[in-house]
Design a protein around this ligand. Sequence first.
Ligand SMILES: Cc1cc2nc3c(=O)[nH]c(=O)nc-3n(C[C@H](O)[C@H](O)[C@H](O)COP(=O)(O)O)c2cc1C
Length: 382
Amino acid sequence: MAIKFDTRYPSIDDLRTRAQKKIPKFAFEYLDGGCNEDVNLIRNTSELRDVQLKPNYLRAHHGSTLKTKLFGVEYDAPFGIAPVGLQGLMWPNAPEILAKAAFEHNIPFILSTVTTTSIERASELTEGKAWFQLYHPTENSLRDDILKRAEAAECPVLVILCDVPTFGFRPRDIRNGLAMPPKMNISNILQAFGRPDWALQTLKYGQPNFATLKPYMPKGLDLKQLGKFMDQTFSGRLNEEKIKPIRDMWKGKLVLKGVASEYDAEEAIRLGIDGIIVSNHGGRQLDAGESTIKPLTTIAEKYGDQIEVMMDSGIRSGPDVARAMASGAKFTFMGRSFMYGVSALGKKGGDHTISLLKTELQQVMEQLCCEKTTDFPYHLVR
Ligand SMILES: Cc1cc2nc3c(=O)[nH]c(=O)nc-3n(C[C@H](O)[C@H](O)[C@H](O)COP(=O)(O)O)c2cc1C
């Protein structure tokens, strides 16, 4: 096994522990938390880990490859980086670090509408390979403008989101003043002083801002006005009326993220969407919802031959990726795992986390005698 990562942090849990020591509490809690009582957050990983795989040790084995095709592109691994908002709050420059690492490792990077690097910059860093996740604007003119920018930046895949019809109820963020509108209270400022590396990097790169949205924001908004601007500018609830014009305009691949029911999977197929990410937003929206592995199994079985079925939420290791793929996902994504990596290790965090996950997954495949990632379902204990 070739180890190409910092051996002090051989698991995502190690990165999480280190991240907690490196960044202020309000930023860590924003990243780490789920919603309400964190039931869905915890179930995502624990129920995924109930999935078991069986090996075939005596089968002829000619080597295992992580290479996986999705939308006609061959990626070097069957996992990518999920869109995360406000990344620069957790580690300055985080989206740039991750976009570059994803490009170098040939895996997908999805840029969020509300993160701290622009569509154009992400495209530059990935030579036009970055995907873009659109929060749905209230005004059609804004939607059209953002889509034109994504097209001009050669973005190959547009991701639209159906699981944020309301803001999740997140007690820690409310306590920390990170709900909309965010506020920098005394306690948050003191926490920042206790994290000198983070504070220095933040001084170097400046206060994080919504880089893609900057051209549309009135200058000199204070934080209270910023919350109002975001509320007025985006309406999270997606429906047929909003999806149809996007499908008509967008020539690239279109993905619906946040699918957690057969109903929504069927609607996606009917509306001509190319792929779905079965996801519950990492347990940040519906605490009483199912863990993603449950709807994934049924959706992949029923609709996997009509639409590309992908999954995120709860994945924290190579074996977890294998479990998701054995249960029917064609591809997987992770949000927190990569952000723990960057928050823990700064500019080395993207490369480290991807290398770690690749190594773990390679070991699982070789152990199972699984040669291709499309063969994982044969190893599922049913
Ligand atoms: C701090 C944080 C911010 C997020 N922001 C966004 C976002 O702006 N857009 C989006 O589509 N999903 C967002 N997500 C959800 C992720 O894309 C992804 O679905 C989730 O992180 C997967 O779960 P995992 O963190 O357990 O891997 C966010 C998740 C986290 C943890």
